[in-house]
Unconditional design. Structure first.
Length: 119
């Protein structure tokens, strides 16, 4: 176990250097940089310092609160005036997506539901 811990410690510098190189390449070419599965406020801060503007799938409430800085005020609730992007799923067993709605319009249905969408 100690050997594995030491190995991770040795490679930490390589990972940091790789992240810096990737972030510099993205910045040089105008490519948005995203982080993935942010689990701590510290990771969100690190990725933002590297230039990440997208936090894809933060996995804790704390990380999500720190990452939601895009000013997207037209989503996050089902309410008039907000985007109507929804997924309807069956949560029995392993689950199954039954339908998806984007911008208030049905874009997928497996035929098991009758959906009325805005005209």
């Amino acid at each position: 176990m100690q050997d594995r811990i030491e190995e991770k410690r040795r490679h930490a510098g390589d990972v940091a250097a790789t992240l810096r190189a990737i972030s510099q390449l993205c910045a040089a070419h105008g490519i948005p940089l995203a982080s993935h599965d942010d689990d701590t406020v510290d990771k969100v801060a690190l990725m933002q310092a590297l230039g990440a503007t997208i936090s894809e799938f933060p996995v804790t409430a704390e990380a999500a609160a720190e990452a939601r800085a895009l000013g997207l005020t037209d989503r996050g609730a089902i309410a008039p005036g907000l985007l109507a992007d929804l997924v309807i799923a069956d949560d029995s067993g392993i689950g199954h997506v039954r339908a998806t709605i984007r911008g208030g319009r049905k874009v997928f249905s497996d035929g098991s539901l009758t959906l009325a969408t805005a005209a």
